[in-house]
Every structure is written in C-alpha cells, then in structure tokens.
Write a protein that binds this ligand. Structure first.
Ligand SMILES: NC(=O)c1ccc[n+]([C@@H]2O[C@H](COP(=O)([O-])OP(=O)(O)OC[C@H]3O[C@@H](n4cnc5c(N)ncnc54)[C@H](OP(=O)(O)O)[C@@H]3O)[C@@H](O)[C@H]2O)c1
Length: 308
C-alpha cells in the first residue's frame, strides 16, 4: 500500500511517499481503508524529534482517521466490514491507504460529516472535551477562557464550553476574532493588541492550548479558586498560582475514550458541533500539511485526503 513514511527525524522534507506492507488487524483491531487522516501538532513534534526517541523508525505519521472497515481482526465484534468509522489509532500510522486500529478507539462516523471532516475531529475534540469536563470540572454558568481559541483544540473547546452553558472568552489574534465569536465566544481578546494581564475577567476555568510564557499571564485572568488546565507545556509560576489560589493541572497525554467519541459523534449529528477545515491536501502533499501545522497559524483543522 501507499504510505507517508520517514526514516530519520527532521524537517518536512523527511516525509516520503513509499510502498509498504499492508498491516494485518491484531486481536480486537479492525483494518480501516483510510479515506482521510487528520493532522495534529504531535505529528510534526514527533517527526522533528522534539517528542524524543520513543517512536520507532521508520515511522508512518497520523493518529486521527476516518474510513471504512476492510477487515475485522480476531475477537473483534463491534464493527462489520463496510462500516464507516472514525477515531484515533493506538500508534499513529493513519497517513496510509490502510491502518489497523483497536475497535475500542473507533466509533461510527457521524452521518452529518464527510470522511475529511470526520478525520479532523477525534484528537482535538476529545482533548477539548476532556480538559473542560474531566480535568476542568466545568459547571454551567461558569466563565471559561480558552487560550488559542481558533486552533484545532481551541475551536472545539469554545463550542463545547458554550454547549455546557458556560460564558466563553476566546483568546486569538484579531484576524480570527469573528471566527471565534461565530463559534460561541461571548467575548474575544486579541492577544496581538492587548496583553492578557490586567483583563477585567475573573474566570473560573482557563484552557491553555498555547503554553509557553503566556501561561503566567493566564493565571491573572482567573478568580481565587480558579482552575487552569494546560493541554500543552507552558510556564506557570507556582508561587504566583499559590498566591492567587489557582490550581494548575498537569498536562495529560490522552488516550481516546469510545464513549466520549460516540457522544461527540452524536453532537455532530444533532448539529450542536461543527468542525472548521483550514486546509485539505492529498497524501502526496503531506509535507505541506506539516508545514502549515508547524506555522501555528491554522484556523481549525488540517486534513490529508487519501481516497474518496
Ligand atoms: N495533551 C494532549 O493529549 C494533546 C492533544 C492535542 C493537542 N495537544 C497540544 O495542544 C496544543 C494545541 O494543539 P492544536 O491542535 O489546537 O494547535 P493548532 O491548531 O496548531 O493551533 C493553531 C492556533 O493557535 C493560535 N495561536 C498561536 N499562537 C497563539 C497565541 N500566542 N495566543 C493565542 N492563540 C495563538 C493560532 O491562532 P492565531 O493565528 O489567531 O494566533 C492558531 O489558530 C499543541 O501543542 C498540541 O501538541 C495536546
């Protein structure tokens, strides 16, 4: 089968189109004929070596997948050949014509979404859902600040927080302000025009999808007793957090839950959630997709279309 693969860490140029053996589904896995693979920052973080050496080379990138079940592995009972499914692989590999995926990490594709749209959903929406509801313990009526509101995780976090009955403040650059308001943010802070410090909000919860030095500024947007949930690594001054009585959660590397994926699929089918696509490219142009993700300017999601 055709796949994107690399043999050494480096820039987007290490990504090659290659012929590789088609995987066999193991116990409790299904083989998916991939229609589309979603791109996440983790893809280029692993490719460049930033994420360390725990991912064996040669490596096929891609965690998010949407496609059709081609073959059912031993002991698998949840899907049948021909089912349209979406979800997250256990160990990347979605940038290929076929990938084997544990059936526990897949759900039926929402009928309302194309494969390209569905492939954009799993990792980002699950991360947003988990950080708001599980780590952030969001309650209706609370105020949530989403840092990086226009990105893959952020654009779902704004919508999911609004759906949960929260007042949402989105932090984004001015060019994305209308986009973020359209997702349900009551207010937007253009971080290129004004610093986060000194904002009048006393938010209950902050979701940080950006990290870096901005973390300390986010602490100042929270009320005493507020919670900060980072989905990526940032600098949060422990003394400042303690002085402000703000709890800072640990970054968690998440494994998707089937139940949550089904809940999210249902929200799409009911029209309660939508996905924004920044860029869709064919498999042969995966380099371009990585470059775009690495630019940190994507509005919504980047997807690689593999077959129609
Ligand atoms: N813990 C996990 O399991 C998990 C899962 C998924 C993702 N992550 C991590 O979460 C992070 C976000 O992922 P993502 O997919 O949302 O990234 P992304 O889609 O690449 O984020 C791009 C967005 O970031 C915004 N942005 C860039 N700099 C900003 C700043 N200083 N302040 C506010 N917004 C800014 C950009 O908007 P503007 O152009 O308007 O600035 C753009 O829309 C990544 O580091 C990723 O590795 C972790």
């Amino acid at each position: 089968m055709k796949a994107i693969r690399y043999h050494s860490h480096g820039g987007p140029e290490v990504l090659q189109v290659e012929k590789v053996p088609r995987p066999k589904p193991a116990k409790h896995e299904v083989l998916v004929r991939v229609h589309a693979a979603g791109v996440n920052p983790g893809d280029w973080q692993i490719r460049s070596g930033l994420a360390g050496n725990r991912f064996p080379l040669p490596y096929i990138p891609g965690w998010d997948v949407s496609g059709v079940v081609e073959e059912v592995g031993p002991g698998s009972s949840l899907f049948r050949v021909g089912d349209e499914v979406f979800g997250m692989t256990a160990d990347s590999g979605a940038c290929a014509e076929y990938v084997a995926v544990p059936e526990s990490q897949l759900a039926h594709k929402p009928a309302a979404l194309s494969h390209v749209q569905a492939a954009a959903v799993p990792m980002s929406s699950f991360t947003a859902w988990h950080s708001l509801n599980k780590q952030g313990r969001l309650q209706a009526g609370e105020t949530v600040i989403v840092n990086g509101a226009a990105g893959g995780v952020g654009h779902f976090a704004v919508q999911l927080a609004k759906q949960a009955g929260a007042r949402v403040i989105g932090v984004t650059s001015g060019r994305n302000a209308d986009f973020v308001r359209g997702l349900g943010a009551g207010e937007v802070l253009d971080y290129t025009a004004a610093p986060l410090e000194g904002t009048p909000w006393q938010a209950d919860l902050a979701i940080d999808t950006i990290g870096g030095p901005n973390g300390d500024m986010l602490l100042e947007t929270l009320r005493s007793g507020g919670r900060l949930v980072p989905v990526t690594f940032g600098h949060y001054n422990a003394e400042k957090a303690a002085a402000r009585n703000v709890t800072v959660n640990e970054v968690q590397l998440l494994q998707i839950s089937k139940t949550t994926l089904e809940t999210i699929a249902n929200m799409f089918d009911k029209g309660d959630l939508r996905v924004a696509l920044d860029m869709v490219v064919p498999l042969e142009e995966t380099r371009r997709a990585h470059e775009r993700s690495e630019s940190r300017r994507a509005r919504g999601k980047i997807v690689i279309e593999i077959s129609r």
